[in-house]
Design a protein around this ligand. Sequence first.
Ligand SMILES: CC(C)(COP(=O)(O)OP(=O)(O)OC[C@H]1O[C@@H](n2cnc3c(N)ncnc32)[C@H](O)[C@@H]1OP(=O)(O)O)[C@@H](O)C(=O)NCCC(=O)NCCS
Length: 216
Amino acid sequence: MIAGWHTAAMADHDRTAPTPDFGFKPTLSGELVLLRPVTVDDLPALMPMFDDAEVTRLTGSHGGVDEARLRAWYDTRGDQDDRLDLAVVEQATGNVVGEAVLNDWDAGNESCGFRIAFVPGTFGRGLGTEAVRLIVGYGFEKLGLHRISLEVYAFNPRARRVYEKVGFVAEGVLRDALLWDGERVDATVMSILAPDWSRHRGRPGGPTEPPGRRTS
Ligand SMILES: CC(C)(COP(=O)(O)OP(=O)(O)OC[C@H]1O[C@@H](n2cnc3c(N)ncnc32)[C@H](O)[C@@H]1OP(=O)(O)O)[C@@H](O)C(=O)NCCC(=O)NCCS
């Protein structure tokens, strides 16, 4: 778990904002998933994510996939000193089920973007919620970020539910942000701030977190 270092890290954060060390690639272990640096060897396991029509739609990924470019991409994730690309591994099976990424680091404003996607067939088992908690917790407690933000499309209530469960708050709507199959789709901007995280550590509903009400 990410417990163990969070108290010291938050104390550091409270004193001064450290420069995030994105060059160090951590392994974050939870009950259901383990997050570790993604490598090119993970590409075969991740490939269904790029080939699947539903995942492509939910992530608003236009354009086809070029395997050579993907290989070059995953081959260089470990060298990046301004972002963190982690593979999500299911603890029960050892299978790589997806990836979780802190990107678009804005040093001056101590903020980052976030994205996550899993391969088809792995949804709805709680893996995503735990993965988001682990990497967002690392972003605040270890990297010293102040703000982590994302965009989620209106046709993706499952992802929105996961983000809300971890404490992301809707800030506004980007109208008609996506054009998909002739339909224009709104995107909601959501963020979570370091003070939010200090307060609830990814469980805004409380430690036992009763099953939430679905938004649709
Ligand atoms: C988004 C994603 C990472 C979430 O991971 P996951 O493992 O499926 O999510 P979890 O099982 O942890 O949680 C799903 C939650 O959504 C809820 N949910 C599922 N379908 C829902 C719907 N139609 N409306 C509202 N909530 C829904 C589940 O009930 C659960 O909430 P609960 O624990 O309160 O019951 C994963 O589904 C995914 O990769 N999807 C495809 C790509 C994608 O959408 N990426 C995000 C782009 S912004």
